[in-house]
Ligand binder design. Structure first.
Ligand SMILES: Nc1ncnc2c1ncn2[C@@H]1O[C@H](COP(=O)(O)OP(=O)(O)OP(=O)(O)O)[C@@H](O)[C@H]1O
Length: 924
């Protein structure tokens, strides 16, 4: 939705300018010719500069913020508490009324305030049934750097791309709030921290783009397995859109203007491309060209309802600004967003990712070598005192290195996305060529043919545009590379002249970590892609099967005949067919079908559970009698964890306990996949007493509306039990034909076979040691799909590990970066001794001097001592004297050069040893 708001002239403006805006029918804005001397003849002869634009809604000078609110985002705010996203941004020249519209004034609160009040009043109405958690963050983008407006002295924040959450800002404060007043207080604090300047056009002109984000988490009360909905409202007050030259600014102000315009230009380009995309399909949208557009990506094209409020001033002297803004808004009308559930897919091509990883790996190993060489040089030298000049040089260098790494990642990704898009464009072109050829043969000149030819031209144009944009990105990457070399050269020169070695070493490590991080991110993307591909393939398979009219039973039978193990999951309606599942198998399902009649196999993760010990299993199996078993959660399903022993399994009480167990597993599973609308726990158990073999199935399912027990208990007595359960000779693996094994996930065989010499085949452990198995077992594995399960389990485990590694690396990187930002490298030297910093102190007793125990993890700080990099501390320990220096603050290093006099000192003999040591060998 695009709305335009015309602001009235202030009394001072009225004295020197006239009102040239007219709003008709609440939709049309007429801009009169500012030149009053033009007469009727000029107008009819088209010499008039009068212009007319139509929008979704237009507000005249008499409108209040409340009017704007009600006709624009009022209804969207309701959606936010139902789990939908909404974005509203104010765009306009300086002094046109953006801040007035967004923040408002006393007596006429703005959209930010009104939407907050509405959110809390809606919450109050629903609080008896639902629990809500409201959090907010407030940031500004100033000179292409992101700052936290809720932090007193915020450092530079970084943008991250999360496959699940999309674009996020690392380290941004999110505050939980319980009332509109609280948010307003934060808002006021934040607004006071915003960078403003007095320009020619506005005495308190906002020089930054401010983004207030409110998230609402909603959960049904007293319903532990209810769906959790997340709604997000982003309110953006952009900086003035005027050209820098027009504000008569110079120096820093001119630079601000240039950066503001860079962001707004990028925004304009995105709006253009999005408009084009509506008409022409796959056009590349250059979100990556500025921080602002990356932040607003979701609001512009993704899963969000979006309102743009274009503000214009009615003054004749503002004619150019006004028409520029209106043209801009006119283009934005073309954009359509797509409201949908966020699905964390990585829409990219595995081969391309692989290529990037290869390049990165070369770079990382090169960096490692360089770093090792430098370490040797550095270790040979003794530290020197550093001058102020050098410190500011280091500060600038660290900043440039950060920027360089970030820019590199961003450019690579942009190029990658472009190539991916063009790959799809080329595929479409090929299809179109084939279609056109067919049409020409059969229909000759026809309307369809013309349409196809026209569309082909559009696709060709897109390919050409994307290729051009790609060439620019490549050039930018080359420039970035040149800059990287230059920066490295500066570090090298500094090292050879023995300047501030520790800090330089950290800089080099930071770069290395940056690259490693990037590499890991791409690896994650590959894995996500593969998993996504598998899910889609399974989805498609089910759709295909359903479309040919096969019912569940027929599908299972057909699969059985083909020897296909349905390992990935099962449709809910197939639950009863699973009654043959073996001892101790828990099916965990996420993302069950959302539409009636459709099925999602892919997301059902089957977690085989093992008996508590192999010996016990053997003894129970040999007795062919199971009267108790323990359910143990295993490896890759660390999302669920429960353990229970059922002493009397088989009798009424035991069955009740199994039921209870399924019930208690369900909420945990649901918690783990809380964003999913459905989740279920099914416990399949088998009691093979000689007299009456019983196979029981208990499931507990959660759905959006309610929770139910599904897959009711199913028992088999005597001959009713499927043949393969009782009559099959499990001791001979060769006899495990696919058909017989179809309903037996591999974990079962071990518990039922009487072959103590056979190695355990515990899939859930994620082991992939197939070399240990004999040939027959391997053969059986192949047919039964064990290797598939193993591969999947391994993949999931690896992915998990990778994710953890990425997280660790990320923290590492953040710490290093924070250390660099705060730039305290001279602390150790100014004190003239060797210090180390600790992550955690564990005071054995309260330290003397009445200083109180040290706070752990209070500030991030990096120092180097011998081979250890120790991190995160607000204190330094002097190893010679055994004293701990409490740093009064980690302020810019100008304050720290004075040495230990600025530090409070206490003995470290009361302190336990530091707990976290991170050695370079661990890092690299
Ligand atoms: N609709 C309105 N009604 C009355 N006064 C308004 C209105 N819109 C703006 N003003 C006044 O105009 C002046 C400039 O408005 P504001 O600060 O909101 O502009 P801005 O677009 O945010 O400018 P900048 O981009 O420089 O921050 C303020 O004094 C404000 O009170």
């Amino acid at each position: 939705m695009v709305a335009v708001r015309c602001r009235p002239l202030t009394p001072r403006e009225q004295a020197r300018s006239r009102d040239i805006l007219r709003v008709v029918d609440d939709k049309v804005v007429i801009v009169l010719d500012p030149d009053v001397s033009k007469d009727y003849l000029d107008r009819v002869q088209n010499r008039s500069k009068e212009k007319q634009y139509a929008f979704d809604v237009a507000f005249g000078p008499e409108s209040t913020n409340k009017d704007v609110y009600e006709k624009t985002i009022g209804s969207m705010v309701e959606g936010v508490i139902q789990g939908l996203n909404a974005t509203v941004f104010a765009y306009g020249a300086t002094g046109s009324g953006k801040t007035h519209t967004m923040a408002g004034i006393e007596g006429d609160p703005g959209l930010m305030v009104l939407s907050l009040q509405k959110i809390f009043s809606l919450i109050a109405n629903e609080e008896s049934k639902h629990e809500f958690v409201v959090t907010c963050s407030y940031l500004e983008v100033y000179n292409e750097v992101i700052y936290d407006l809720l932090e007193k002295s915020s450092g530079h924040l970084e943008l991250r791309e999360d496959p699940d959450q999309g674009i996020t800002v690392a380290g941004l404060k999110r505050i939980q709030v319980n009332s509109a007043e609280k948010i307003l207080e934060l808002l006021n604090q934040g607004n006071n921290r915003r960078k403003t300047e007095s320009t020619n056009a506005n005495a308190t002109s906002s020089r930054s783009h401010a983004v207030l984000e409110i998230t609402v988490k909603r959960k049904q009360r007293n319903h532990y397995r209810s769906q959790v909905l997340h709604g997000k409202l982003a309110l953006v007050d952009l900086a003035g859109s005027e050209r820098a030259s027009e504000t008569n600014n110079a120096g820093q102000k001119l630079r601000d203007g240039a950066n503001i315009n860079k962001s707004l230009l990028a925004l304009a380009n995105c709006i253009n491309a999005l408009g084009k995309q509506q008409k022409k399909g796959l056009a590349y949208v250059p979100y990556r060209n500025s921080k602002l557009t990356r932040l607003l990506k979701d609001g512009l094209s993704g899963n969000s309802r979006t309102v743009m409020v274009a503000t214009v001033s009615s003054g004749a002297d503002q004619y150019h600004h006004t028409t520029n803004t209106l043209k801009y808004a006119d283009r934005a009308k073309e954009i359509k967003t797509h409201i949908q559930t966020n699905v964390g897919t990585v829409d990219a091509h595995v081969a391309d990712y692989q290529r990037m990883i290869d390049n990165l790996q070369v770079e990382v190993s090169q960096l490692r070598r360089e770093l090792a060489d430098k370490e040797t040089i550095l270790n040979l030298r003794t530290p020197e005192k550093t001058s102020d000049d050098e410190l500011s040089w280091l500060d600038a260098l660290s900043h440039d290195i950060n920027e360089n790494v970030e820019e590199r990642v961003n450019l690579q990704k942009a190029l990658f996305e472009l190539e991916d898009m063009n790959m799809r464009n080329r595929a479409e072109l090929q299809q179109l060529d084939e279609l056109i050829a067919e049409q020409q043969i059969y229909d000759g000149e026809s309307e369809t043919l013309n349409e196809l030819v026209e569309h082909r031209q559009v696709v060709l144009d897109n390919i050409r545009d994307n290729d051009e944009a790609g060439a620019h990105y490549r050039q930018d990457i080359e420039l970035n590379e040149a800059q990287r070399k230059e920066l490295q050269q500066q570090i090298d020169d500094a090292i050879s002249s023995n300047r501030n070695q520790t800090y330089l070493r950290i800089l080099s490590q930071y770069r290395l970590l940056g690259m490693t991080n990037m590499e890991l991110q791409f690896q994650m993307a590959i894995r996500d892609q593969i998993i996504q591909g598998q899910r889609e393939a399974l989805d498609n398979m089910w759709r295909l099967l359903e479309s040919v009219g096969l019912n569940d039973k027929q599908i299972l039978e057909a699969a059985s005949q083909q020897g296909i193990l349905i390992e990935g999951g099962i449709m809910p309606s197939l639950m009863s067919a699973r009654s043959h599942l073996p001892l101790g198998t828990i099916g965990v399902s996420r993302n069950m079908p959302k539409k009636a009649g459709s099925a999602r196999l892919s997301n059902l993760i089957q977690v085989p559970v093992s008996l508590d010990s192999e010996a016990e299993a053997e003894s129970r199996v040999s007795k062919r009698y199971v009267n108790s078993f323990e359910v143990k959660e295993t490896s890759y399903s660390d999302t669920i964890n429960f353990e229970r022993t059922l002493p009397n399994f088989g009798d009424k009480e035991g069955i009740a306990q199994v039921k209870e167990m399924a019930k208690s597993a369900a909420p945990r599973i649901h918690q783990a996949f809380s964003a999913e609308p459905y989740s279920q726990a099914i416990l399949h158990s088998c009691n093979t007493t000689q007299a009456s073999p019983v196979i029981s199935n208990f499931g507990h399912q959660h759905s959006k509306e309610n929770e139910t027990i599904v897959g009711t208990s199913k028992s088999f007595a005597g001959s009713e039990l499927p043949k393969e359960c009782i009559h099959h000779d499990f001791s001979n693996p060769k006899e495990w034909t696919p058909t017989k094994r179809i309903r037996w996930p591999p974990s079962a065989e071990h518990h039922f076979q009487e072959r103590p010499q056979e190695p355990s085949d515990d899939i859930a452990d994620g082991m992939d040691d197939r070399s240990e198995m004999n040939e027959a077992t391997q053969c059986s594995c192949k047919t039964s799909g064990i290797h598939l399960l193993k591969a999947k389990s391994k993949q999931l485990t690896e992915n998990d590990l990778l994710q953890k590694e990425l997280l660790r690396l990320d923290t590492e990187l953040q710490d290093l970066k924070r250390g660099l930002d705060r730039s305290p490298p001279t602390q150790a030297y100014s004190c003239g001794r060797t210090y180390s910093a600790f992550t955690h102190f564990e005071p054995k007793s309260t330290p003397r001097n009445g200083l109180g125990p040290l706070r752990s993890n209070s500030e991030a700080f990096i120092m180097q001592r011998s081979n250890h990099i120790l991190r995160s501390s607000s204190a330094l320990c002097d190893h010679e004297t055994g004293h701990v220096h409490h740093l009064p603050s980690l302020s810019p290093f100008a304050n720290l050069t004075s040495g230990p006099s600025g530090c409070e000192t206490t003995s470290n003999h009361d302190m336990a040893a530091p707990r976290t040591l991170l050695s370079p060998s661990k890092l690299f």
